[in-house]
Ligand binder design. Structure first.
Ligand code: BG6
Length: 362
């Protein structure tokens, strides 16, 4: 059932182009997203004052990207909460709030409890979930189904990328319902992602030896970036921690100098994401701060970036897409690097210690 792959995680990493294709299928027609089967009406949406995204683990990291998309394109205020915190802090949600819960399994106890608490307070709940008929799917008012297929490996990969895709589609769809002008290049860009995902997976595996070498012998590492890159850095660092047990910190690149730079020492592995055009120069100057302390920097940059190579030790080129769409592509090399770093250390990546695929206790 592993189709010849040594681990489910590697199989699922490779299934992402197909998972993305299946999740997109019939949902973009020309320049229009069709999610009419969610049964959300324009009248309901126009009445909403804020959105609250609630999730755990990798699904929470997907929510961080979701917030940027919704706030950026729809200008609706969004809060993102980890589910285990949400319900115990008297959350600011009511009948004018749309709560979006994100859960691969649809059975995570913390997330389910947050869903119920939101409904008790009068909010309607949209679930982004992968498992049909799950508890979350049954209890939510609206559903966006990711079509990733069964995810067996504990560390989530294809669920994350399809959750991200879900947020893009939902945001564009909401924009249409609200009569807002949505950037046309996103529609065609989304449709290209499956092919580009395939490309970056192949390219990363080609370079994998040199990409994992810097981690040899290290117990610490950093992932940095700004904006969307920062949120993907969060997911990259979670992946590495979960399966290789190397301590990894994800930092907003501009925040490093406010304390964390003290931890950058000679040759410490630092993965720097630098794909966001509007903050590119700032990110590069943060990378230079790391290099000045002799950290070892692997940069993820957009294809055609001929500058960044001068400031870092290694570059991995990400196929060119609008800045807003990079997360689905940048996360792929991070998953692959984590996988190979972990297996090179002899870790059982499909069954990492102390982790369960879905946690049904609070
Ligand atoms: C954790 C898993 O317990 O639950 C993570 O180890 C996962 O990988 C998180 O991201 C949330 O799971 P779900 O099913 O609610 O998306």
């Amino acid at each position: 059932e592993k189709d010849g792959y040594p681990h489910f995680m590697l199989k699922e990493i490779h299934e992402q182009p197909t998972a993305l294709r299946n999740t997109l299928k019939d949902r973009i027609i020309g320049d229009t997203v069709d999610l009419d089967n969610m049964n959300i009406t324009a009248d309901y949406l126009k009445d909403i004052k804020n959105i609250s995204i609630v999730a755990c683990g990798t699904a929470y990291n997907a929510g961080l990207v979701g917030k940027e998309l919704i706030e950026g394109l729809l200008r609706i205020p969004v809060e993102v909460s980890v589910a285990s915190e949400f319900r115990y802090r008297n959350p600011l949600v009511d009948d004018k709030t749309l709560v979006i819960v994100v859960s691969q399994s649809g059975e995570t106890a913390d997330t389910l409890a947050a869903l119920r608490e939101s409904k008790r307070r009068g909010s309607k709940v949209l679930a982004i979930t992968n498992v049909k008929g799950s508890s979350v799917a049954r209890e939510a008012d609206f559903i966006f189904q990711t079509i990733a297929g069964p995810e067996i490996a504990v560390a989530s990969t294809k669920a994350y990328s399809t959750m991200l895709l879900g947020f893009y589609l939902i945001t564009l769809y909401f924009g249409q319902l609200l009569g807002k002008e949505m950037p046309k290049e996103l529609y065609s860009g989304l449709k290209e992602l499956p092919i580009l995902a395939d490309k970056i997976i192949i390219e990363t595996e080609k370079q994998i030896e040199s990409l994992i070498k810097p981690f040899e012998g290290w117990g610490d590492s950093f992932f940095i970036g700004r904006g969307l890159d920062w949120h993907v850095a969060e997911e990259g660092s979670l992946k590495l921690k979960e399966i290789s047990y190397i301590h990894a910190e994800a930092y907003a690149a501009g925040e490093l100098k406010h304390g964390t730079l003290a931890l950058i020492e000679k040759d410490i592995p630092v993965i720097a994401l630098a794909t966001q055009k509007d903050v590119y120069e700032k990110t590069v100057s943060n990378i230079k701060e790391v290099k000045a302390r002799e950290g070892y920097v692997i940069a993820l940059a957009q294809e055609g970036d001929t500058e960044i190579g001068k400031s870092v030790d290694q570059v991995l080129a990400i196929p060119k897409v609008p800045s807003l769409l990079t997360p689905i592509l940048t996360v792929l090399p991070l998953q692959i690097i984590s996988y190979y770093v972990a297996t090179s250390r002899g870790c059982d990546v499909d069954k990492p210690r102390n982790l369960a695929k879905s946690v049904t206790v609070e």
